[in-house]
Ligand binder design. Structure first.
Ligand SMILES: Nc1ncnc2c1ncn2[C@@H]1O[C@H](COP(=O)(O)OP(=O)(O)O)[C@@H](O)[C@H]1O
Ligand SMILES: [Mg+2]
Length: 246
């Protein structure tokens, strides 16, 4: 099983949009588990489910197994562990290593080909638990100055977490989102990311497509559409590039 964490501490950087499309897209190739670690539960909504008030992925921090939080989705090959509404990570201490422990004790890797984790925009125990099981980290960013700054901050958080956990750094991919090639600032920001963090980390950009925002209404990610759209084309290419890196 390959685990891909979608993360950026900046809000509104298309983490959830990317998570639901990558998860649903990879489900065409194998069985996928989607963990909705953001208590807002937008990834759960994005795949046609709901966040839970009783049992969700965050319940593992209260002694539950991960497997008992699994629910099937309406989409082929896609299992969801939904967000637990109102979970407050700061009410708990000693949360380190719990997700890793569940992965190992429940042999999660025997049941899925891919695990995708959508994360909240915070550097807390939820993100650290996710990074601890990551084979790959995808950092989506909007190509503005603060977007580039946030990528640097996220990379530093990644290196710090790997150092603290005495763990090898996961493969990192940086994904420009809502990119418009006709906007000079977008091009400049892409160039800055290439020179500052390494061209090899950069995935091909995702353009602006309002259908990517509308998809949350229907609970069906754009990647599952049969009709052509820019979002479908861009995320399909993104998944191809990701598979090559895994
Ligand atoms: N490529 C895109 N084109 C147009 N709208 C997008 C695109 N990607 C994301 N959005 C919209 O931008 C907003 C933020 O995206 P979201 O995935 O929720 O970000 P995050 O999870 O990082 O907070 C949402 O309303 C989403 O529908
Ligand atoms: Mg989100």
């Amino acid at each position: 099983m390959k685990t891909i964490v979608i993360s950026n501490r900046k809000g509104g950087s298309a983490k959830t949009t990317t998570a639901v499309n990558i998860a649903s897209g990879l489900a065409k190739f194998g069985s996928v588990l989607l963990l909705d670690f953001d208590t807002q539960g937008h990834a759960s909504i994005g795949v046609g489910s709901q966040l839970s008030e009783e049992l969700g992925v965050h319940s593992i921090f209260m002694g539950k197994t991960l497997s008992e939080t699994f629910i099937p989705t309406v989409h082929h090959n896609l299992t969801l562990s939904p967000a637990l509404a109102f979970f407050d990570v700061y009410e708990y201490s000693n949360l380190q290593g719990i997700l890793k422990n569940r992965f190992e004790r429940e042999s999660i890797a025997d049941f899925f080909d891919y695990c995708i984790i959508d994360t909240p925009p915070t550097f807390d125990a939820l993100l650290k638990n996710s990074l601890e099981v990551a084979d790959s980290v995808v950092i989506p960013f909007v190509p503005h100055h603060l977007g580039v700054v946030a990528v640097g901050q996220m990379l530093r958080a990644l290196y710090q977490s790997a150092y603290q956990l005495n763990r090898q750094i996961a493969d990192v991919s940086i994904l420009p989102v809502m990119f418009n090639p006709h906007i000079l600032e977008h091009q400049e920001c892409l160039q800055k990311v290439k020179t500052s963090f390494g061209e090899e980390k950069l995935l091909s950009p995702i353009g602006i497509d309002i259908k990517l925002a509308k998809q949350f209404e229907s609970g069906s990610p754009i990647i599952l559409d049969t009709q052509y759209s820019k979002g479908l084309k861009d995320y399909s290419r993104c998944i191809e590039e990701l598979i090559q890196r895994l």
